[in-house]
Design a protein around this ligand. Structure first.
Ligand code: NAG
Ligand code: NAG
Ligand code: NAG
Ligand code: NAG
Ligand code: NAG
Ligand code: NAG
Ligand code: NAG
Length: 787
């Protein structure tokens, strides 16, 4: 028995030694940097227990850093304000005179440590605490002197054992500085400091005190949540040499991160400080008070929302931008808060820098979502009882006044306009708008001058649609609901009720429509007429019995079966012809700006008809000068230059057409994601398959009965040319048509497309959380919700 145990013991012991020995030899190459060694782009140095590693890390193209990481979190960045642009030949070196520096093949050099006198015996190691140290060693390998350590240069993360405070002897101070944005590690707006006199931690935004931890009582800070301090011990040192704060903990993977929005969080635990809730009027959770602009009230705050928001009046509302890239969302927030006209903000550049401010007054959140940004909201405060009563009083008075007016109007207008049996809402609508619809006859006369456009009366529309009843509703289009109607002659029509006021006067609206109604092509839905009734604006189109293309493409039901390849190809051709007409042969030169599968209607012969063309003209003609932030379009179909800079041209339609073609070939939606780890959209997915010679894997499996032919692959090829990153590289519609029809023509090779990836839809939160990954992040675009 004893013998057996002993054998076992010896065996286990030798096994353990073997393991130790193997890890030792494997890690030997990369656990330290000796004079003459280099750390290249593809290698790393790890701490003895592999908890931390130091390696090069790229946050965005053109921004590469030397970072100490734990898992996917960068806890320290060596060159946060001097990112490396060109990574060719990028190395960290330690030379024989003790100089440790980052350099690439170009002329970029960043020195981390450079001694006054050359030091020969040095070694750089990464400790299990996360501290990267450079030391001078004796000939027997023991430490002689500590030359440099990363803990002396804090970034945004305070690791256990790291100091926060000041060394009076060397004049060195230790402060955390947040990142600039979630993807730019450069110094941002917030700092975390140790304030020795008050013995408390402080978070400041650009020198302004936002938050304090409160004093330490019973080993706990007053304003830091108790559960976050459960297993934490603080060390506070104050002597003639230094005054600092530091902590140790049993929490695994602890590290206090000061996030770019100001919040402080423990990587191994929970929230430490919710600084984003500090507005200067509240003192909860450690928030500090400061002087408020007179227009801001307790209870008001910003919320991150997504959607399309309308201003109360277009004339007094605008958006202003500040393109200074030193500004990040927290700066935008502070500026917006102090400006009484500002009701919301957003960043202007994709990397999260710059500001856009929305001035005016929000009306309501509209159904049509475009992108998310922060808007001002107010939660009712009990302290304002007085104001509330005034408010209620005046509301009651207003309601009474409206009722009186309604009764008066009702008596006057009943016989003339309101058809029998109309619902109360419609009556109200009539009454409110009746005065302004008097120019109806004028409008009709105006239009008759040589135009095809018919002006329908409101009552005939109500009759045709059974008072816009729910049974007659065909669906919800990009600009409002669509109803099916039956005109007295029996002709079926589709009636689109424009949901948002276009901001145009009746006459301009009508002129615009007259132009649009002149556009006539087999592949365009014919506009038959319009109806203007006060604020109500409706468009009357020919009716398409077969619904839209997306019903056929993306419905997993049997319907999609009947779209075999021949039909799909003729749909592609039809759309191309319709677009060519809009771009080139129509007098107007219309850019659609919202081309997508749901805007392609199919008639009884499955001939595609583009709908909603010219809408951009109606809705954005004025806005394009005044409010370029209002981008009409649908995420997944928008070209990079349009989505990011609002630049549109025929080439942005070509981009959308490319996406549409990929959808038709693959039967997949353009804005779904096709990779679990990376958010790869259809364009990116198609490109990767194509690049790897697997183009046929993209083809809709439901097409497998018809064999995969050259034409399908050609369509993918042409589609990839349409979604090229640079608008100049995309072909024009006439070239596209000849590429598709002329099989012998040779096609240029596509390059990597724009909008290769899309960011996954984030949950609504004040600021998106910082995401850190030890890999190259591809270009990503902000969340733009599909409408
Ligand atoms: C990077 O360094 C590692 C280890 O030092 C080495 O094996 C590898 O070949 C180097 N890679 C390049 C691209 O130089
Ligand atoms: C990076 O530097 C190398 C060497 O100087 C040069 O050949 C290469 O073109 C540069 N790359 C970029 C993207 O500038
Ligand atoms: C290593 O050498 C230094 C001086 O050269 C000496 O002070 C130290 O005790 C030595 N350490 C060991 C472990 O031999
Ligand atoms: C930390 O991790 C170790 C080993 O993984 C585990 O035994 C220990 O319970 C953990 N400590 C805490 C506080 O979770
Ligand atoms: C935008 O609105 C703000 C406040 O409403 C006003 O001060 C500013 O002059 C306006 N700018 C433009 C270009 O209309
Ligand atoms: C950009 O903003 C920063 C921070 O507010 C400021 O210091 C700088 O002067 C600004 N730059 C310009 C060009 O306005
Ligand atoms: C962020 O984007 C803007 C506009 O593209 C650019 O000017 C700026 O340099 C970028 N900032 C960083 C840190 O890359």
């Amino acid at each position: 028995m004893v013998y057996n145990k002993l054998v076992n013991y010896v065996f286990l012991l030798s096994l353990a030694c073997l393991c130790l020995w193997t890890t030792a030899t494997l890690a030997a190459v990369s656990d330290r940097l000796r004079p003459g060694d280099v750390l290249n782009f593809s290698s790393s140095i790890c701490s003895p227990n592999q908890i931390f590693c130091v390696c090069f890390w790229t946050s965005m193209p053109g921004l590469t850093y030397l970072a100490v990481s734990r898992g996917s979190a960068q806890v320290w960045i060596a060159n946060r304000n001097k990112p490396i642009v060109n990574t060719s030949g990028l190395v960290l070196t330690l030379d024989h005179s003790g100089v440790m520096k980052i350099m690439n093949q170009g002329r970029e050099t960043i020195s981390l440590y450079s001694p006054a006198q050359p030091i020969r015996n040095t070694v750089a190691t990464l400790l299990d605490s996360g501290n990267l140290i450079l030391q001078e060693v004796n000939s027997n390998g023991s430490m002689k002197r500590l030359l440099w350590q990363s803990f002396d240069h804090p970034a945004d993360t305070l690791l256990p054992g790291m100091k926060l405070g000041v060394n009076h002897k060397t004049g060195r101070s230790w402060t955390l500085v947040s990142w600039h944005t979630d993807s730019i590690p450069g110094s941002g707006a917030f700092t975390l400091e140790w304030e020795p006199r008050g013995s408390q931690l402080q978070i400041k935004q650009r020198e302004k005190l936002y938050w304090t931890s409160g004093v330490l009582r019973n080993k706990k800070f007053e304003h830091i949540p108790k559960e976050a301090q459960r297993m934490v011990d603080y060390m506070i040192v104050s002597n003639d040499n230094e005054e600092y704060f530091s902590y140790i903990t049993q929490i695994n993977h602890s590290g206090w991160v000061l996030e770019f929005g100001g919040q402080m969080r423990d990587q191994g635990g929970g929230d430490l400080a919710k600084v984003d809730n500090c507005y200067g009027y509240n003192t909860d959770g450690g928030c500090q008070k400061w002087e408020q602009p007179t227009c801001r009230n307790p209870g008001e705050r910003f919320e991150f929302r997504s959607g399309y928001f309308d201003f109360e009046t277009d004339s007094d509302s605008n958006s202003t931008s500040n393109l200074n890239t030193s500004l990040a969302v927290s700066d935008c927030k502070a500026t917006c808060w102090s400006n009484c006209d500002c009701v919301g903000f957003d960043y202007s550049f994709e990397n999260g820098t710059g500001c856009v401010f929305y001035n005016g007054k929000w009306k309501s959140a509209n159904l049509a979502s475009v992108r998310g940004f922060a808007i001002l909201v107010s939660s009712h405060s009990d302290k304002k009882v007085k104001k509330k009563w005034i408010w209620i009083g005046s509301s009651v008075a207003t309601i009474l006044l409206i009722i009186c007016l309604c009764i008066l109007c009702l008596k006057q207008k009943r016989k003339k306009v309101v058809p029998k049996g109309e619902r109360t809402e419609n009556k109200m609508l009539d009454l409110v708008t009746s005065d302004r619809s008097t120019n109806f006859t004028e409008l009709q006369n105006d239009v008759k001058k040589g135009h095809e456009l018919r002006v329908f009366s409101y009552s005939s529309i109500m009759e045709a649609t059974n008072n816009l009843s729910l049974e007659n509703k065909l669906g919800e289009g990009g600009f409002g609901p669509v109803y099916k109607g039956k005109l007295p002659m029996g002709k079926e029509v589709a009636i689109k009720q424009l949901s948002r006021s276009s901001g145009q006067g009746v006459i301009e609206f009508k002129n615009e429509l007259a132009l649009i109604s002149e556009l006539q092509h087999m592949n365009l839905v014919q506009l038959l007429g319009c109806c203007v009734y006060g604020e109500e604006k409706m468009l009357i189109y020919e009716y398409m019995p077969n619904k839209s293309l997306d019903c056929f493409l993306f419905d997993s039901s049997t319907q999609s079966q009947q779209l075999e390849w021949k039909r799909r190809f003729s749909i592609i051709e039809g759309i191309a012809q319709g677009l060519l007409y809009l771009h080139k042969y129509s007098r107007l030169r219309v850019i659609h700006r919202d081309l997508k599968a749901s805007n392609i209607l199919l008639d009884e012969n499955m001939i595609p008809k583009i709908s909603d063309f010219g809408m951009a003209r109606i809705f954005t003609q004025q806005e394009s000068e005044r409010n370029t932030k209002r981008i009409v379009g649908t995420y997944g179909y928008m070209s990079p230059e349009y989505a990011m800079e609002g630049l549109f041209s025929v080439k942005s339609d070509v981009y959308s057409f490319g996406v549409l073609m990929l959808e038709i070939v693959s039967g997949k939606r353009g804005n779904n994601f096709y990779h679990e780890d990376r958010s790869l959209n259809l364009v990116g997915y198609a490109w990767e398959l194509w690049r790897d010679g697997l183009g046929r894997d993209l083809i809709d499996p439901r097409l497998s009965s018809s064999c995969i032919n050259h034409q399908m692959l050609r369509c993918i090829h042409v589609a990839l040319l349409c979604v090229e990153e640079s608008a100049d590289d995309r072909p024009i519609m006439s070239d596209i048509i000849s590429m598709l029809t002329n099989e012998s023509a040779t096609l240029p090779l596509p390059t990597r497309p724009g909008f290769y990836t899309g960011r996954k839809v984030t949950k609504a939160q004040t600021f998106p959380k910082k995401s850190k990954e030890c890999s190259i992040n591809d270009l990503s675009i902000s969340v733009i919700y599909a409408r």
